[in-house]
Design a protein around this ligand. Structure first.
Ligand code: NAP
Ligand code: ZN
Ligand code: ZN
Length: 347
């Protein structure tokens, strides 16, 4: 065991602060990574405040982890000491169920092991995330990271990137499609970049008038201010897909009306309260509402390779770990441009 520095929440009410945590010594198939940067996902905030009702404390958040390999186990072939590596939202899964066998570890039928706020596959050892100096994970859950891209801008790809890439690929969103991205935050800005890269006509649907110029700079072809009924009316029945990244409760019925016949509203945002949906909003136009959770390991590597080839990265604001609460406050106000990333050297 190695004792390392981390930042943890001790319960749902208190702020995060320094905490020492023990990582296992790398086993034969493990990789040990010295963490350089960790992205700040809105899921970190939902979970440290126990908004989903499943939080385990003390909690070390962080599942957008990039760093450099400092040790490898004796059976590791794919990675070398000194290389860059990443860990996303998962550190293990059963590897035996039909979903795991298909590379859909996020939907493991026996329960995958999230990078933090979860348990290892022994179902008793808690997992701790990337607001920490170092992590040890099985090689099959470690991602190869290109040295062609700026590392701090790569970190958010491990969650915000894959969470938007995966549903766009699953529903084959591309040329000839009209895609709407609802909510311009960490996930939203990646959805715009991927949507544009895949050839779709992308409209940004935002509650923040101040984000109009940024949406254009990110590549969005159109901007719709969701608080303006006239602007919403103008796009009724016009989108093939909506990817909904909003973190707070909102009315899905309003957005189902913006879909064309056979349109799909994909929820990736995970507001902490149930929503009411009127069946008629689906029936009229054979519309669907669907969900999507991050992505499996093979697809996450595919996404990282795609980003390296197409020079796609996240737009980030680098912060010291001591500023994490200021970052959370801004995130709650929708004031993120467009992902906070922690410089772990400040820990
Ligand atoms: P974020 O950076 O905070 O962005 C969320 C955006 O939603 C905000 O920038 C804002 O955009 C909009 N928004 C926030 N509150 C709103 C409100 N009350 N009404 C309308 N719009 C509001 O968050 P994120 O990190 O992208 O995460 C977004 C959500 O996805 C979170 O719930 C997170 O837990 C979830 N998530 C899910 C997965 C998955 O696998 N499905 C993975 C990661 C994260 P505008 O200013 O443009 O309106
Ligand atoms: Zn996340
Ligand atoms: Zn499984």
């Amino acid at each position: 065991m190695t004792k390392i520095k981390a930042f943890a929440a001790q319960d749902a009410e208190s702020t995060l602060g320094p905490w020492n945590l023990e990582r296992r010594a790398p086993g034969p198939k493990d990789i040990q990574i010295e963490i350089l940067y960790c992205g700040v996902c809105h899921s970190d905030l939902h979970q440290i405040r126990n908004e989903w009702g499943n939080s385990i404390f003390p909690m070390v958040p962080g599942h957008e982890i990039v760093g450099r390999i400092s040790k490898i186990g004796s059976e590791v072939k794919k990675f070398k000491v000194g290389e860059l590596a990443g860990v996303g939202c998962l550190v293990d899964s059963c590897r035996k169920c039909e979903n795991c066998k298909e590379g859909l570890e996020q939907y493991c039928l026996n329960g995958s092991s999230p990078t933090y706020n979860g348990l290892e596959q022994d179902k008793k050892t808690p997992t701790y995330g990337g607001y920490s100096k170092m992590i040890v994970a099985d090689q099959d859950f470690v991602l190869q990271i290109s040295d062609k891209l700026p590392l701090q801008n790569v970190a958010p790809l491990l969650c915000a990137g894959i969470t938007t890439y995966s549903p766009l690929r699953h529903w084959n969103v591309g040329k000839g499609h009209k895609l709407a991205v609802l909510g311009l935050g960490g996930l939203g800005h990646m959805a715009v970049k991927f949507g544009v890269s895949f050839g779709a006509e992308v409209s940004m649907l935002s509650s923040s008038p101040s984000k109009k110029d940024d949406a254009r700079k990110l590549g969005a072809h159109k901007f719709v201010l969701t608080s303006d009924p006239e602007q919403l009316k103008a796009v009724q029945g016009s989108f093939d897909f909506i990817i909904d990244t909003v973190s707070a409760p909102h009315d899905y019925n309003e957005y189902l009306g913006l879909l064309r016949t056979n349109g799909v509203l994909v929820c990736v945002g995970a507001p902490p309260a149930p929503a009411q949906i009127y069946a008629f909003n689906l029936i009229g136009g054979r519309k669907s509402i669907a969900g999507s959770l991050i992505g499996g390991l093979p697809e996450t590597q595919e996404m990282l390779n795609y980003c390296a080839d197409h020079k796609i990265v996240s737009d980030v604001e680098l912060i010291d770990i001591q500023d994490i609460h200021r970052a959370y406050d801004r995130m709650l106000k929708g004031d993120v441009k467009y992902r906070f990333v922690i410089d772990i050297a400040t820990l």
